[in-house]
Design a protein around this ligand. Structure first.
Ligand code: AHR
Length: 553
């Protein structure tokens, strides 16, 4: 579409809106100057956005748990019962709904029994990631002191107001360990020996843990199973679990990226024992990392990676493109599940997602898999959350990998230093979507065109999502263009607007990021919107994330 065509289409669309009597608070005279358009269709609900798609992931991996989340009760770092105070405050602010723990790959080598009882009597164990940590890493990163165990993690979740999502060990512990962990967490006060052990350490009442992962990446670090083998294990691990009146929500280890075979073969084997087996599954995990910035030169996991901080515009688009595959993956796996799960009892749980760069940008150099998120990662994260919002009927939960000091971190911390990354700010801007009613929204904008090693390549020009809670409309949008603003006309069909505000996250430098020294380089800016009049035309800056809150009459 060229500019002329777009303007003609906009004019026609505006005329038809007026004719239908829809309430419109969009540009009139200014529309000739716009190049983009967003139409929110309040009468076309898509489903309720599960708050849990705004979930987190905190693995016992290098600086995530020890230093990031836990500083210890005797620490000089401000803490609440040993947990970093800054982190608690920030997570409350963004209304963190759920946290996945203890892994990741770590989960399939973890024995939960090492993390209960008096902390000073707990064993030290070799961490799954010990072989990868640097000589300069603190000992706790290689040899797990088990100071954070089940009690402590559940306590942390309570401090931030989130639900725990625990991943059970399928690779190296038997099903008994799984159901005993459930018993430890959920059996009523004084009912079992494990409930008494829990009470002895200060927690008489059950934890009511609902979400349980049955292994992690069972196709790889979680046991190197085939999908058929894993399905057999899943049936065994889920054959009997004590429920104590709790509806346990079991998440099966699912595919990475576009491994359609995993999804198909797993379900095919599950139903071999009858279609009823499907009812045991709450969600199928899906993992998708954007990591290959080699532009097709290699599929090598190490060689294909790009840098978190040093990149060109082309790397920006290439990364977004890989992240944008999420939509195809959600639709594709959903379709594949339908063959066996006709009523879609099982939902998708995207419990690991985000960009993954090569080492080199760590805020704390000895932290494994730590990277410094930039504006690019904020745009990536916003785009991903918008994708989830657009599929509320399919996605029950998602967990950004990871919460702090690892990959797509919302926060970076080391000792008494703490900073909110641009990704953390996106979670704050998008929080009003949680539990909202997603409504269909049409985004029209010229595509981005770029040169990909001599060949033309393109990416969409403007996308986002919208949701409604009572009379509050939240509209979020991403302008991925590194240099062009989008002059956007916004039309809401189905209601009039009373007031509103707009929050923008952007920077003139696409590499911009926050550091311990400069903590406010990329921060959201909010201002009131004059929506009382009939016109709403907004300039969405290049490389930006926008969240618009509109109160409807
Ligand atoms: O998030 C880091 C690692 O990536 C997780 O431990 C694993 O599940 C995935 O491969």
């Amino acid at each position: 579409m060229n500019r002329r065509q777009f303007l003609r289409d906009s004019a026609l669309a505006s005329a038809s809106v007026a004719l239908m009597g829809a309430v419109r608070f969009a540009a009139h005279a200014e529309s000739a100057l716009t190049d983009s358009r967003i139409e929110v269709l309040l009468d076309e609900p898509l489903g309720t956005i599960s708050a849990n798609i705004y979930g987190h992931f905190a693995e016992n991996l290098s600086g995530v748990l020890y230093d990031g989340v836990w500083v210890g009760t005797g620490s000089k770092v401000p803490n609440v019962d040993g947990f970093r105070k800054d982190l608690i405050e920030q997570m409350r602010k963004i209304k963190a709904p759920v946290v996945r723990y203890p892994g990741g790959c770590f989960a399939d080598s973890y024995d939960w029994q090492d993390g209960i009882g008096p902390p000073d009597q707990r064993p030290r164990r070799t961490n799954f990631w010990a072989g990868e940590t640097s000589a300069k890493s603190p000992t706790s990163h290689s040899y797990d002191p088990n100071q954070v165990g089940t009690n402590e993690f559940v306590h942390f979740c309570r401090l931030i107001g989130a639900e725990p999502y625990l991943a059970a060990n399928v690779r190296s512990l038997p099903p008994e360990a799984f159901y005993r962990w459930v018993e430890y967490c959920n059996s009523p006060a004084h009912s079992t020996t494990l409930a008494d052990m829990r009470a002895k350490t200060g927690y008489a009442e059950p934890f009511h843990v609902r979400f349980w992962g049955v292994g992690n990446e069972s196709w790889g670090c979680g046991g190197d199973f085939t999908p058929q083998e894993y399905a057999v294990e899943f049936r065994r691990y889920s054959s009997w679990l004590p429920s104590y009146g709790e509806h346990l929500s079991l998440v099966a280890s699912g595919p990475a990226d576009d491994d359609w075979n995993w999804t198909h073969d797993f379900f095919e084997e599950i139903v071999r024992k009858g279609a009823g087996q499907i009812e045991r599954i709450y969600g199928l995990a899906l993992h998708h990392y954007a990591w290959n910035l080699s532009r097709g030169r290699t599929q090598d996991w190490v060689a294909g990676k790009g840098d978190a901080l040093q990149f060109e515009a082309i790397d920006w688009y290439e990364l977004l493109k890989q992240g944008d595959q999420m939509e195809t993956l959600v639709n594709g796996h959903w379709q594949s599940m339908e063959e066996f799960d006709h009523d879609h009892h099982v939902k998708l749980v995207v419990d690991e997602w985000g960009p993954w760069y090569r080492p080199g940008s760590e805020a704390t150099p000895s932290d494994l898999l730590e990277q410094t998120p930039t504006l690019r990662d904020a745009v990536f994260s916003a785009m991903t959350l918008d994708t989830f919002n657009r599929h509320p009927e399919k996605i029950a939960m998602a967990n950004c990998a990871q919460l702090i000091n690892c990959l797509n971190s919302l926060y970076l911390a080391h000792e008494d230093q703490f900073v909110v990354t641009p990704v953390g700010h996106v979670f704050g801007m998008y929080a009003p979507h949680q539990g909202g009613q997603a409504v269909r929204t049409i985004f029209s904008s010229p595509s981005v065109h770029y040169d990909r090693d001599g060949k033309p390549a393109s990416f969409w020009g403007l996308r986002g999502s919208a949701s409604l809670r009572d009379k509050d409309l939240t509209l979020t949008a991403v302008n991925p263009h590194v240099s062009d603003a989008r002059d956007t006309e916004i039309v809401v069909h189905g209601a009039a607007a009373k007031s509103g505000n707009i929050t923008t996250l952007t920077h003139s430098d696409i590499h911009a990021h926050n550091t311990f020294q400069q903590r406010e380089v990329v921060v959201p800016q909010t201002k009131a919107l004059a929506v009382n009049g009939k016109a709403l035309v907004l300039r969405l800056p290049p490389a930006s994330v926008t969240s618009i809150q509109i109160q409807l009459v």
